[in-house]
Design a protein around this ligand. Structure first.
Ligand code: PMT
Length: 404
């Protein structure tokens, strides 16, 4: 049983929130309700109190029994915050972080997944400000159930009608239980650094911790994909339910990736592969003696570029670009050169993201020229955004292959 926090805002579709609540209840979930003042003008809180068998949080009723602060209480206890219907005004408040009533303060205090189902006049829905506010919310990971098209209460015809309650409920349950959405996908991920041997005790490596690649593998596994993780040497535990191939050098990683390629639908190269290896690694430990020494390096094959040459049309190939400046421009150049479907560009000069940190901030660079910024977030959240894009690209590639 999940704990659903249902937000109801002031539009004619507020009455449909009763059906949303009833469907959650029927599916066995506990629902608590928070309403804006305008929503209470359309449907009385008593209706929701009766349906949810609990107190409804409104501006007029901010405190619970024993003086508990309801907006914190409700936010802390919910697994998901579903706002249906969600007006243009509340979309703007959420995008700007305003907290001037019961619903918006609850939203700000809530740290879990948020799903909104907008409902409004068609011209409001199409306005630049609503679009921009929705883009802001989407980049923060807010789920949006798009309104449907038809006769609107205001007399206009077009998009803006609240999605059917059953659609809202099923989208929310999918967010809570996302296991199924990648169930048929086979995902191949590379992670961590490679180590290029100098002698039996020394090697050339880089600062990759493997956190980004492991987050991708774990997120894909949690969403139902079957996952193979080709990992360079890292200090992370082997994720349960993931098939792990441990490698050390770039040469070994290339072999492992090529062997696994045929059985993958999505391939993600998040590993930081050494561009060069030592031409001839010493058989024995190199002794100290000379004041200076030179090591001759030779270029490693580019694994991603090789995969780009041999991949099937329906396979999705995703690369990462680790840059220290002009992140988007350099990333786009790599995207073209390596024939990938998507590049994830990150700024590795920043200490708070990129190498070794728990968070990242990335630009998704699509082959069709789209650039989508994913704001700084835990690597697991970034991984989910990358997988959302991978899922969509796989659908497109598979459809294009069928019609070819
Ligand atoms: O592991 P973390 O500490 O969590 O850090 C994450 C990360 C910073 C390593 C990750 O987010 C990242 O940026 N990975 C790519 C690092 C990299 O090698 O970037 P690049 O711009 O040098 O390479 C471009 C792409 O080509 C990458 O997908 C890389 O895997 C691939 N490549 C590079 C060289 C090579 N010989 N073969 C390759 O396949």
């Amino acid at each position: 049983m999940a704990s659903i926090l249902l937000g109801v805002t002031g539009g004619i579709a507020a009455y449909k929130a009763c059906e949303v609540l009833r469907l959650f209840d029927k599916a066995g979930h506990r629902v608590r309700v928070v309403m804006t003042r305008m929503a209470t003008e359309f449907v009385g809180p008593l209706t929701f109190e009766t349906l949810s068998k609990g107190a409804v949080l409104t501006d007029a009723q901010p405190l619970g029994e024993n003086g508990s602060i309801l907006h914190i209480d409700y936010a802390d206890q919910a697994d998901i915050f579903v706002i249906a219907p969600c007006t243009a005004n509340v979309i703007a408040k959420l995008a700007q972080g305003m907290a001037d009533d019961a619903l918006s303060t609850t939203a700000l205090a809530f740290t879990g997944p948020v799903l909104i189902a907008p409902a409004m006049n068609v011209n409001m829905w199409n306005s630049a400000s609503v679009r921009e506010n929705l883009d802001i919310l989407r980049t923060r990971g807010v789920h949006v159930v798009e309104p449907s098209s038809g006769d609107l209460a205001c007399g206009w015809v077009g998009e803006g009608r609240l999605a059917e309650p059953a659609e809202v409920v099923s989208a929310a349950l999918k967010v809570l239980d996302p296991y199924k959405d990648l169930a048929r996908l086979r995902v191949l991920v590379s992670a961590g650094p490679t180590q290029e041997k100098i002698d039996p005790v020394r090697y050339i490596a880089n600062r990759s911790s493997g956190k980004m690649g492991y987050a991708l593998a774990e997120a894909a596994r949690d969403r139902g994909a079957s996952v193979t993780l080709v990992s360079g040497p890292v200090a992370l535990s082997k994720p349960d339910g993931v098939s792990v191939v441990n490698v050390e050098s770039a040469t070994q990683m290339k072999r492992a990736m090529e062997e696994a390629l045929d059985n993958a639908d999505v391939v993600i190269m998040s590993a930081a592969v050494a561009d060069y290896r030592v031409e001839t690694a010493a058989e024995h430990k190199i002794k100290k003696g000379r004041e200076t020494m030179q090591i001759s390096l030779v270029r490693n094959d580019d694994i991603l570029a090789a995969l780009g040459q041999s991949k099937r049309a329906d396979q999705v190939l995703i690369g990462f670009a680790a840059e220290t400046h002009d992140v988007v421009a350099y990333g786009q150049d790599k995207l073209k050169r390596k024939k990938a479907d998507l590049f994830v560009a990150n700024d590795v000069s920043r200490p708070d993201i990129g190498f070794s940190s728990d968070e990242n901030e990335v630009h998704l660079l699509f082959a069709d020229g789209r650039v989508v910024k994913i704001d700084k977030a835990p690597k697991r959240r970034i991984a989910d955004a990358i997988l959302d894009a991978a899922k969509e690209l796989h659908r497109l590639n598979a459809a294009a292959k069928l019609s070819a």
